[in-house]
Design a protein around this ligand. Structure first.
Ligand code: ZN
Length: 257
């Protein structure tokens, strides 16, 4: 997967735009060799936005009664966000965006055992702690679980606290494009995810677009099971998320950055 993703990024953005951040992290009885990928679009522009997703998938299916020790495919939990970002990169080359955009693919998001948040978000934590102090994108937008059939994106609560105006902008844009039923303008749950590292460790106003509902049961049944494979994915959902983002990036956000 690492080799494949590197090849895709170099093909879509040009090798000179792609950088890799290699690091080690302590796992459960193992030292992990991880890598974040970053692609910088229009690096000459000072006004910048960060887009991100995690490219790792969970190494165990701890919500699955069958084979809980085996890794999950992670078609939605991980890969869907990567898929949308790859298509955006392809479009950025055809139509250079009016703002600078950095697209980051984090490793090690989903490594931790449930409840052990110290061993989640390994890539975003490392990235946020080692980011150059002068690099301060105006906002960060994380995509996670953005591909499932019928996915509903409630307003994630850490996002509402970190950047309520950006949540408003994105959700209002979705309504204007006719996707209101997918983007209810009401709070969901507090979801710990890579955007928390951006907020807490790097002081970036970051939000998370993630398929979930309010408590008590935020995630769909396939989450962290072997059922998270291509059968849950609907290209229409990927398209809805991508189109909302394109409208925001090219038309709505530039005046506000
Ligand atoms: Zn996960």
């Amino acid at each position: 997967m690492q080799r494949w993703l590197r090849g895709q990024l170099q093909r879509l953005a040009g090798p000179e735009r792609v950088s890799e951040q290699r690091f080690r992290a302590q796992g459960y009885g193992e030292v992990l060799e991880l890598v974040n990928f970053q692609v910088s679009i229009r690096p000459e522009l000072p006004r910048r936005l960060l887009l991100c997703a995690h490219w790792d998938t969970r190494p165990r299916a701890d919500r699955d009664p069958e084979r809980p020790e085996d890794p999950i495919p992670g078609a939605d939990d991980g890969a869907s966000g990567v898929a949308v970002l790859l298509e955006l990169l392809r479009l950025f080359r055809e139509h250079p965006p009016p703002i600078g955009i950095d697209v980051v693919f984090f490793d090690g998001e989903d490594y931790g055992q449930e409840g052990d948040l110290e061993r989640y978000f390994l890539g975003s934590r490392y990235w946020a702690r080692n980011k150059p102090p002068e690099y301060l994108p105006r906002y960060g937008i994380l995509l996670d679980m953005v591909g499932a059939r019928g996915a509903i994106f409630y307003q994630e609560r850490y996002s509402l606290e970190a950047a309520p105006e950006l949540v408003d902008l994105i959700w209002n844009t979705a309504h204007e494009l006719g996707y209101g039923s997918r983007f209810p303008r009401s709070p969901g749950a507090y979801i710990s995810d890579d955007h928390l590292m951006l907020i807490q460790e790097a002081r970036i106003a970051a939000i998370n677009i993630i398929h979930h509902r309010p408590e008590p049961d935020p995630f769909p049944a396939y989450w962290h099971t072997h059922q998270d494979d291509l059968s849950v994915i609907d290209p229409l959902t990927l398209q809805v998320v991508g189109q909302v983002l394109l409208e925001v990036l090219y038309r709505r956000l530039p005046a506000r950055l």
